[in-house]
Structure formats: C-alpha cells, structure tokens
Write a protein that binds this ligand. Structure first.
Ligand SMILES: [Zn+2]
Length: 269
C-alpha cells in the first residue's frame, strides 16, 4: 500500500473567531488576572499594616506632607494658635506615640483630617467658622481620637498602603510619596470609629477646660438645611449627621459626669 502524503486543509492554524475578538479576550483576561493580584496584594498589605506600630508609623511619616497641600505661611497667627492648642490637648494623652504636627490647608471648604505620622490638617474654611477655642478644641480632640484608635490606617489610600509597606520592608522613608490630600480625606470612617473619636476628643476637652461646654457648638451652627452652605463644609461628608452627633456628645458627657456648662475661652485671633 502506498502512502500518499496529503496537505493539511487550508487554514488549520486559523481560528474561526475574528482576530480582534481573540485579542480582546486576551486583554480582558490579563486585566482580570492583574486586578485579582492587585486586590489580593492590597488585602495582604492592609493586614500587614495592623502590625506596623504607631512608633514606626510616626518614624516613617515624621515629615511627610500630602503632595497637593497648599499651606499658609508658617508665621500665620491661626496656625501657631492651632499648633499650641493641639500640643495642650495632647498633654492629656501621656503615652502618645506621635509628635503631632498641624498644617492649615488654604482651602475655603471647612474640614479637619488626621493623616499618617501624627499630621492634622485643618482648612482655613474651618478656622473661619469656629467662634470659641472650645469648639476648635473639640474638632482637634476628635482628630486626636482617630490617632488614638489608629483609624487612619484603614483610611489610607491604596497607594499609600503599598508605599508604606515597601518602605517598611526596605527601611526607606516615604517623605517623597505623591499622595494627595483628596485621596485620603474622602475616605470616611465608620460611625463607630467616629463615636469613639468623639468620646476621646471630649475627654481631652474636659481635661483641658474642666467642662465640655460648647464642644458641639460648631455642629449646631452647621445643622441647617442651606445646601449652598453645606457644600462649603466637606467636614460633613466625612463625619456623622450633626443632629445625632450633638445628642451623643451631650449624653456621653452626662454619663461621665462632665459639666455641660462652664466659661468659654476666646480665640486669640
Ligand atoms: Zn472623624
């Protein structure tokens, strides 16, 4: 029997599917794999972050500032007053692992935020609206509460989480990170984290003044329906409803037996 070599059929290496569809499937598939790896990594890093001590965090972020922060002049009266007030409040937290730093962001929207390493940023818009030192002390005390509970770890942006992880691993510092305020500021905390920060902040205010009068006053003024005004207060997008919050603050003070009245301290500006 003679073997007859036959040519394979035309197009044996050509799939029936259109090449563009095949290319698309490949790209989507690779993207899905990449996304899955990134998510898994971020998840692992967030867990790892719970093992980074506050002391290491303070060391790593000791002089870090967000890339997009527009600060006021360092001899600004309100900056110096606010720095002094944070230092006074932090005195009532004896074993604090952070050296707190305060910066004023030259933004007209009212907000206050806690950042890695003990950095507190308050906006010019917020300082424009506080009318007594007691009001400001509570806002600052609340941010100190986020450091106390280390809530800001969960609020770190994905980028910062990864960078911090690599900084820990390589022993480098993260001062050069291009993290933006907005990336971090818009990550709100849970209601429970907010309540705990309020309770710690209120305790600091009580230790400082011997009463908690008007700690809630700023929120009372914000508890209005004027939407144009509300847009100026980004603080409200990352903090609990002001009405509930005022009630909770007062109830907590009553439970602790802290005076709700007392002499107010005027601002020195
Ligand atoms: Zn908060």
């Amino acid at each position: 029997m003679r073997f007859v070599a036959r040519q394979p059929k035309e197009g044996i290496n050509v799939s029936d599917t259109h090449p563009l569809v095949e290319a698309g499937t490949l790209v989507v598939g690779l993207m899905a794999i990449f996304a899955a790896i990134t998510l898994a990594l971020v998840f692992l890093v967030e867990i790892a972050l719970y093992f980074v001590s506050a002391e290491d965090e303070a060391k790593l972020f000791g002089d870090w500032l967000p890339a997009d922060l527009v600060t006021v002049a360092s001899d600004d009266d309100r900056l110096q007053e606010t720095q002094r007030l944070v230092a006074r409040l932090a005195e009532h937290w004896p074993d604090k692992p952070y050296e707190f730093r305060v910066e004023i962001d030259a933004s007209d929207t009212a907000n206050a935020m806690a950042f890695p390493g003990g950095l507190i940023i308050v906006t010019r818009g917020l300082l424009d609206q506080v009318e007594s030192e007691n009001e400001l002390a509570f806002v600052l005390g609340h941010e100190l509460g986020h450091f106390k509970n280390r809530d800001h770890r969960r609020a770190l942006g994905r980028g910062i989480v990864l960078s911090m992880f690599f900084a820990v691993v390589t022993g480098g510092d993260v001062a050069g990170l291009g993290i933006k305020t907005a990336d971090l500021a818009l990550r709100g905390f849970s209601r429970q984290q907010e309540t705990r920060a309020d309770e710690f902040g209120l305790a600091l205010v009580h230790s400082e003044y011997g009463h908690v009068n008007e700690a809630w006053r700023l929120f009372e003024r914000w508890d209005i329906e004027d939407t144009a005004f509300i847009e100026l207060v980004t603080y409200l997008s990352t903090h609990p409803e002001t009405g509930d919050r005022i009630v909770d603050i007062k109830q907590h003070a009553e439970r602790e037996g802290w005076r709700l009245d007392g002499e107010l301290t005027t601002l020195n500006w």
